[in-house]
Design a protein around this ligand. Structure first.
Ligand SMILES: N[C@@H](CCC(=O)N[C@@H](CS)C(=O)NCC(=O)O)C(=O)O
Length: 213
């Protein structure tokens, strides 16, 4: 059915409760107190863009808002911030001027993408190819780098921040690796400490990963 944005009573987030990129947007929506609806994408192998809220890349999440259709987690989080009545101090990727923070953001979002590729490749039922082995190595190298540097992030990010895209994405990545049993985080004590500290937020508790029925 075509999307009539004007008819929306409230913004609709199109995604999955088991999706790493969707969780990023759900945490932002809760922290920003955006009243919204959630529409589940039932089949990630569907070829029809309408199933993904209209995203021609066949990816989720997508936000349907009165202002238009927004593709991808960062784009969505920015629109949620514009829609919000709250004046939170948000830290975006472009605010990360220290190399360690900018690199951490790059590596975190790349690791999320790598993990998605690994999971989607398994759905095809293929045997592990040389490229899939490279993806795993890339993920392990990246987790090693993040483990080495994560203790610096807290002190280098602005002290008075309410929320940073870096910390939300890193939290969603680390917990998703556990949830999908891609990589046990037990071997990364500093990342695990970060995870425990960030998990104190109520927005985290309300967005626990689970499979939609
Ligand atoms: N750049 C996108 C990436 C979104 C993405 O990869 N989403 C995954 C779900 S977590 C997806 O759509 N997977 C289906 C596929 O890769 O075909 C974003 O930032 O939201």
């Amino acid at each position: 059915m075509p999307i009539t944005l004007e008819a929306l009573a409230k913004p609709v987030l199109v995604g999955r409760s088991s999706s790493v990129f969707t969780r990023v947007t759900r945490i932002f929506a809760l922290e920003l107190e955006i009243d919204h609806a959630f529409r589940v994408v039932p089949d990630l192998l569907a070829f029809d863009a309408d199933r993904y809220g209209g995203n021609p890349a066949l990816k989720l999440p997508t936000l349907l808002a009165p202002s238009g259709v927004w593709f991808g987690s960062l784009t969505i989080c920015r629109e949620l911030a514009r829609l919000s009545r709250r004046t939170l101090h948000l830290v975006w990727p472009e605010d990360l001027v220290a190399p360690v923070l900018a690199n951490a953001q790059e590596l975190t979002t790349q690791a999320m993408t790598t993990e998605v590729s690994m999971i989607m490749a398994q759905q095809g039922g293929h045997e592990a190819s040389g490229y899939q082995q490279k993806l795993r190595q890339s993920l392990e190298n990246t987790l090693g780098w993040l483990e080495e540097h994560v203790a610096e992030f807290g002190s280098r990010l602005p002290a008075h921040r309410d929320l940073s895209y870096l910390e939300v994405t890193l939290f969603c990545l680390v917990t998703h690796l556990e949830f999908r049993e891609v990589l046990p985080v037990a071997g990364y004590p500093a990342l695990d400490e970060f995870r425990c500290a960030f998990a104190q937020r109520s927005s985290v508790e309300a967005t626990e990963y689970h499979y939609d029925r």
